[in-house]
Ligand binder design. Sequence first.
Ligand code: SAH
Length: 233
Amino acid sequence: MHWMPWFLALTALSCRPAPDRDDATRAREREEMVAQQIAARGVRDERTLAAMRAVPRHLFVPEEFASQAYADHPLPIGHGQTISQPYIVGFMTQALDLDGSETVLEVGTGSGYQAAVLAEIVPRVYSIEIVAPLAQQSAELLKDLGYTNVEVRAGDGYLGWPEAAPFDAIIVTAAAPRIPEPLKEQLGDGGRLVLPVGDAWQELVVVTRRGDRFEEKRVMDVRFVPMTGEVRH
Ligand code: SAH
């Protein structure tokens, strides 16, 4: 640009397209989100924090909500569903206790954001979404953003993903009235299953498989959209 007359150079600068400015703003908001909402509240796992610094959350929400993408609350993503509050994503990701080598299953792809956070940490992510248009939309977005290690399928996550089992970790992002048996069965030995259990009142439960035994720990009160499908029958 050094050969440009100064007035052209100035015009070029002032006419810079809005997305560039937005991206810089969003990047700053994202840093603040991780520092103030995630790390400051006790999520210390470096892998989780790095992943949440990397994933452009504003691209996973409808455009009209992009300026709220890094705020401290969930947001609507259409079809009556929501993208979880950032802190909850951080807390659940840390609870999966990942070392970076795992195969992970997610039930409830929604926007694809949680799947992207996982894909930053582990080599292989499988994610199931029961609302077919959401499954398609998030699969496309993840592909566009270069997350080639995520496979999304439309279907009922109650049954898990038997062909890809066993999983080192399973995360469910919709509330089930009881723990789905097939998901426990698809956990590998030592594997962790993190899910909200309940109806109006829900608790986040961490299930750890030890051989044929399953240890259950209740870790916090939460509010998720309901898991639908087979688990209601
Ligand atoms: N992890 C998502 C959060 C989505 S909200 C994100 O990061 O955006 C929970 C999602 O679970 C909704 O999209 C809902 O349609 C889906 N869901 C509910 N019951 C399900 C089931 N039985 N199987 C798969 N997905 C389900």
